[in-house]
Design a protein around this ligand. Structure first.
Ligand code: NAP
Length: 352
């Protein structure tokens, strides 16, 4: 899951970033037909490979010119609809369509993760709080043993929780790694803001330095929380995972985060349990789905992807798991995207 950068840096003037960033949302091809969805990325360049394919940006050698604090390193992260992945600002590639495991446990969890992996899903989301990291890890190890995947093919995210875990972050992080037991963790998030979140984040940074975690990020951080948090830490989060669905769209928050060079991931893409029937049965969604010969779920997933939002959908139903991967053979028109955007009610389906 690592894609290369040469030890070079890409430097753009802050002015240019600001100008480009403000227009990022409008410039995005809402149909996704260009096969790329823009998200500005502030980047450090961690490896030795080439970045010459990035268009229109000056590349200099890090050895020759270390960026100052003001000279942030900018590149464009794109949703590649061919490879179905996005490059994080940590230099690692992440799939854009994954399985969430929030309410999956025991054999159901193992079976769902293995089903997803067998159907080409390469992104699995878990958390210490879900109490299923051991099952997720077992499913990944079994899939490796059975030749379904190699470790490097799958991207596993986990999270540490506020309270005791963030009070003792090094132990909590190590415990996640031990429970998963799949070597390194691809991405670790702070699950929610907490009085000890800065220290907990710094602990995650340390684990990155030790090679035990590849990328780090946040969950349930919105504009106000980010404004306060970011100046206190060294590493720009690779990703922020927040509630996003057609009834809670976060249309101001998404571009704000993306303009910071951070990839956005949506939880409760179908509205979350107890709300999926209403969302999947929304007349606007149904009409658009009929027009493309796809399901309501596929329309909602595609709408997210075309907004540059990574999706992690929870399911233990093999048919749904497969269906949720089939979102790359059609695209929504700008008009359809706009119609779904009008469904926003600012209606949160959970407290955080
Ligand atoms: N960071 C956070 O604070 C946070 C909070 C909540 C959730 N999350 C993450 O986000 C993930 C998604 O949330 P979620 O699983 O609770 O809610 P969700 O993905 O919005 O909805 C899951 C529900 O949708 C159904 N479903 C899935 N695919 C379907 C399809 N193609 N057609 C019809 N129904 C379908 C599932 O039923 P079947 O099992 O029958 O398919 C399940 O009941 C979680 O698993 C978790 O990883 C993160």
């Amino acid at each position: 899951m690592r894609k290369g950068f040469r030890s070079g840096v890409i430097i753009l003037l802050t002015l240019l970033l600001t100008a480009c960033g403000q227009n990022a949302a409008e410039e995005t091809d809402m149909t996704g037909s260009t096969e790329t969805i823009q998200a500005a990325v502030i980047e450090t360049a961690p490896t030795d490979e080439s970045m010459e394919s990035v268009e229109g940006l000056a590349v200099t050698d890090r050895e020759e010119s270390e960026p100052s604090a003001e000279e942030k390193i900018i590149m464009k992260a794109e949703f590649d609809f061919e490879t179905r992945a996005v490059m994080l600002n940590s230099g690692y590639e992440m799939p854009i369509n994954g399985l969430g495991t929030y309410s999956l446990h025991g054999d159901e969890c193992i079976g769902s993760v293995k089903c997803a992996l067998s159907n080409g899903v390469r992104l699995i989301d878990t958390a210490s709080a879900y109490g299923n990291e051991e099952e997720v890890g077992q499913a990944v190890r079994e899939a490796i043993e059975e030749g379904i995947i190699r470790r490097e093919d799958v991207f596993v995210t986990t999270k540490i929780y506020p309270g005791d875990e963030m009070k003792h972050p090094a132990q909590a992080i190590q415990a996640c790694i031990d429970r998963l037991d799949i070597g390194y963790v691809d991405l670790m998030l702070l699950h929610h803001p907490d009085p000890n979140d800065v220290e907990a984040y710094k602990a995650m940074e340390q684990f990155v330095k030790e090679g035990k975690i590849r990328s780090i990020g946040l969950s349930n951080w919105y504009v106000e929380e980010l404004t306060e948090f970011l100046p206190q830490v060294e590493t720009v989060p690779a990703l922020i995972q927040n509630e996003i669905h057609p009834y809670y769209q976060e249309n101001e928050v998404i571009p704000y985060i993306q303009d910071l060079g951070i990839v956005v991931q949506g939880w409760y893409p179908l509205g979350g349990r107890g709300h999926t029937a209403e969302l999947l049965g929304d007349p606007v969604i149904i009409e658009i789905a009929k027009g493309h010969g796809v399901s309501s779920a596929q329309v909602i997933l595609r709408w997210n992807l075309q907004k540059g939002v990574v999706v992690i959908l929870g399911s233990s139903n093999p048919d749904h798991i497969k269906e949720n991967t089939e979102v790359y053979h059609f695209s929504l028109t700008e008009d359809e995207m706009a119609r779904i955007n009008t469904l926003d009610r600012g209606e949160k389906h959970d407290w955080y």
